[in-house]
Design a protein around this ligand. Structure first.
Ligand SMILES: [Zn+2]
Ligand SMILES: [Zn+2]
Length: 482
């Protein structure tokens, strides 16, 4: 029904639909009949009437060749377009790129005219535009969801996978490019910066740690994998046992990404008295809130007694805060992608095109702000090894510029108990100004595992996420450490 309806409405008015099966059958039948006549003539007088036999034979062979060629051509094209069609259906938001989808057939005239245009666009805008074709005759299932009423139809999707425009009938290359521009998608952007990377892409990876992590589990922070200084230990009671954290900041990161009801959650939390070393309820402690001299990054010490806290304040400076004030400060700055509490000193700065300033708790989350807000953004992320600044600008969900151009990303991965690799979480991601810096950092951190990817790829990975996936991003149980 679907195919018939489409054919009836095809602007090519049925021209060049290919040779129907009935005609093929006719050719084959005539061929068989001629062959039979020739055989009978030969049987009858046992004489080879060469000229006649040759003529008949030639006709039979020609008919057979034509039939085989046509059949093969149809067979060749069906699985090809079939695969393309299925890719199209599966890869809908996969690339994180703007996407041009053409729905047509391999036989209709305007559809055929689209084919070289699509090829050209595919080559010229590789890495910036995803170009796909679905043969609606061979793949009615793949075409179905797009509910088109004519072939060819071109559908324009932005990098977030949202349909922005559709056109029916033949559409010239110039008109297609003009339409993208009108939609605010600059396909020329990012070409020089990203083209070499997209072509080759970094290949460096380390999937097995260079050295086993020999620290006792008790000494490792559940949130950041850092060392626990016993004087700063925070313990959260949970149904699965105690969660041990390296300090109040990691506790507030955990708290900020909890999806459960948080009422009275702090009753489960104990902190360590800096002076005496005992565990005390978090809400009853007094906190000395200071700042590192060079970075301004907050420092927090918990005390059971106000006198001890005051004594330490006189020695090292800072302010005394109650638990609820500390919480307010800790939750003030959040990741613009995953909503985790961050210290700006640790985070990537993210500016949106309309002047909003936010943070990325890691380099990849920073890019995720483009996916979460649908806006063009600028990310300022220091190199994890040297602190040199890397600046990424996005446009329409693609990288528009990258400074320096050699910058690349480390995608921290970790092997799960089932042997599959999954994101190692926000504390294990990063950007580097070049591959040398990345390799040095990996060498200095023998337990880190993962692979180098382009920053364009890191952005694409975020752009392909659905709103539901973004909602859950980095929440406990997703990419938080087990
Ligand atoms: Zn920690
Ligand atoms: Zn984040």
């Amino acid at each position: 029904m679907y195919e018939a309806a489409l054919l009836a409405q095809c602007p090519c008015s049925g021209a060049g639909q290919g040779i129907p099966p009935l005609v093929l059958f006719g050719i084959a039948a005539v061929g068989a009949w001629l062959a039979y006549r020739a055989w009978r003539a030969w049987r009858k007088d046992r004489v080879f009437r060469m000229s006649k036999i040759w003529k008949i034979g030639l006709v039979v062979v020609l008919a057979a060749v034509v039939a085989i060629v046509i059949i093969n051509k149809q067979k060749d094209s069906s699985p090809g377009t079939d695969a393309a069609g299925q890719n199209a259906a599966q890869s809908q938001p996969a690339a994180g790129l703007p996407r041009l989808l053409d729905l047509g057939s391999i036989t209709c005239i305007p559809c055929k005219m689209m084919a070289p245009i699509l090829e050209e666009l595919k080559k010229e805008y590789a890495g910036r535009l995803q170009v796909e074709f679905i043969d609606v005759m061979a793949n009615p299932d793949a075409a179905g969801p797009y509910k088109i009423s004519l072939i060819p139809t071109q559908i324009f999707f932005d990098a977030a996978g949202k349909e922005r425009f559709r056109h029916e009938g033949f559409f010239s290359k110039e008109d297609i490019l003009a339409k993208w521009k009108e939609l605010g998608v600059d396909l020329s952007a990012g070409a020089p910066a990203q083209a070499p990377q997209t072509a080759a892409g970094p290949t460096f990876s380390r999937m097995e740690p260079a050295k086993a992590d020999e620290r006792p589990k008790m000494a490792i922070c559940t949130m950041c994998d850092g060392d626990i200084n016993p004087k700063n230990l925070v313990v959260v009671k949970s149904a699965k046992g105690d969660v041990r954290l390296c300090g109040p900041h990691c506790y507030f990161i955990l708290y900020s990404c909890l999806t459960e009801d948080k009422t009275d959650f702090e009753k489960k939390v104990s902190v360590t008295d800096w002076a005496g070393g005992n565990a005390i309820p978090a809400t009853e402690a007094v906190y000395l809130y200071g700042a590192e001299e060079k970075t301004g990054r907050p420092t927090i010490k918990a005390f059971a007694s106000r006198d001890a806290a005051e004594k330490e304040r006189q020695a090292s400076g800072g302010n005394l805060l109650a638990w609820n004030v500390l919480q307010e400060k800790e939750l003030a700055a959040r990741c613009g992608f995953c909503d985790r509490a961050v210290y700006p000193q640790d985070a990537a700065r993210v500016d949106t095109a309309d002047g909003i300033h936010t943070w990325g708790c890691c380099s990849h989350c920073a890019l995720g702000v483009a996916a979460r807000t649908g806006k063009d953004i600028t990310v300022y992320q220091p190199d994890r090894l040297t602190g040199e600044m890397i600046v990424v600008k996005t446009a329409g969900g693609s990288v528009a510029s990258l400074e320096p151009k050699t910058a690349l990303a480390w995608f921290g991965l970790r092997k799960a108990p089932d042997g599959k690799f999954a994101s190692a979480g926000c504390f294990h991601q990063g950007f580097f100004v070049n591959e040398d810096n990345l390799k040095k950092w990996v060498e200095q951190n023998p337990t880190e595992t993962g692979k180098a990817i382009t920053i364009a790829q890191a952005l694409a990975d975020k752009m392909k996420l659905s709103p539901q996936q973004i909602q859950k991003a980095c929440k406990i149980g997703e990419c938080a450490p087990k």
